[in-house]
Design a protein around this ligand. Structure first.
Ligand SMILES: *Cc1c(COP(=O)(O)O)cnc(C)c1O
Length: 215
């Protein structure tokens, strides 16, 4: 395993102000522990049940990021500990997070997922909906919407990826410029350099750290 080595290499390539979420979905507790021992503290999962099991098995100072699509009936399982929910894509989900965060006496940080890719997707708000969603949820006391998350089209066309990231960045600047420490989560193994060049301050990288996934 060269997890520690991969992490070190990646860290060298990304500016200090860009946070790295190590995407550990499908990977073992041992692999995560190895990354932890190399100093990594932020990990991303896309299934609630899997994240809960890993949370139970691993050190408590890990910050767990939910990066996948979330079903409302699963929110309660991660509400006690989740650090940041990246994929918030409906009003109903926001209200469920508010409810479960309140039960746990926590404020849960969330990102709104925005649909920027050309591919049609069921997930994510349309860019023109986001301002209204923020306005509508200003008064929630247990949910803190601290930024945006997006995924570019799966394509080799770098210009297209760049255009999509730029679109999300300008929306982010428009809506979050006046907020403290806002988060723009964009960029994965295949496109993180472009994402950082376009203004991302949080990247979600899996296969470059842990190797390819076998589903
Ligand atoms: C799996 C996943 C990633 C990481 O993908 P890699 O290509 O392995 O870096 C990032 N973001 C989301 C939302 C994912 O589901």
């Amino acid at each position: 395993m060269k997890i520690a080595e991969n992490l070190k290499q990646l860290k060298k390539e990304i500016p200090e102000k860009v946070s790295l979420v190590a995407v550990s979905k499908t990977k073992s507790v041992e692999s995560i522990q190895e990354a932890y021992n190399a100093g990594q503290r932020d990990f991303g999962e896309n299934k609630v049940q899997e994240m809960v099991q890993k949370w139970e098995a691993l050190p408590r100072d890990i910050q767990w990021h939910m990066i996948g699509h979330v079903q409302r009936n699963k929110v309660k399982y991660m509400a006690p500990f989740v650090h940041l929910i990246h994929g918030v894509d409906t009003q109903k989900l926001l209200l469920e997070i508010e409810k479960q965060a309140a039960k746990n006496d926590r404020v849960i940080n969330c990102l709104l997922q925005v649909h920027i890719a050309e591919e049609s997707s069921k997930f994510g708000f349309e860019p023109n909906e986001v301002a209204a969603v923020l306005k509508q949820n200003q008064s929630l006391s247990h949910v803190n919407i601290i930024g945006l998350m997006g995924m570019a089209t799966l394509t080799d066309d770098k210009e297209q990826i760049k255009r999509e990231f730029q679109q999300l960045k300008s929306l982010f600047d428009e809506l979050f410029a006046s907020k403290p420490n806002p988060v723009l989560s964009m960029g994965m193994s295949g496109d993180y350099p472009l994402a950082i060049a376009t203004g991302s301050n949080m990247i979600r990288v899996g296969s470059l750290i842990f190797g390819a996934r076998n589903y």
